[in-house]
Design a protein. Sequence first.
Length: 170
Amino acid sequence: MENEELDGQEVLETPEEVAEEAEEETPEADEAETLRKEKAELEAKNKQLFERVKKAEKKDEPSIELTAKDALTLAKANISEDDVDELLQYANFKKMSVSEALADPVMKGIIATKEEQRRTAEATISRGGARGSSVTPEDHLRKAELTGEITDIDAITRARMDRRIAQAKR
């Protein structure tokens, strides 16, 4: 029981006061219990919905099965590994064989475009390197023209060809 002080005197609570306080706490306890039950129900419902979503995702992912003929066609086809997945998805979407998908003009265009992009990217990367020699073929040609002596026939020929190509590009 709780003790209260009144002007220096201790007053004890009566059993009736204690019962009233207990009744006041009951609605809060009931509300807490109700919230716990709702939480448990929501968690169970959430778990069921999560399982349903997993099952639906498994159904949405169609499995692409290759026949022996399709595997042989893919092996013989000159396409990149990056394009194989797209080709298989396209064949599955159109419900056709891999060989029919390879012959399809839309797929041919897609594969050709991607191959061109790869070649362009590869050429762009490989052209960034520095030259091995500080003397360029143009320098050899100028020296040979000024002095009249031939130092390196191949270098002069390359320099002339490079000059002609550079002039043609302008």
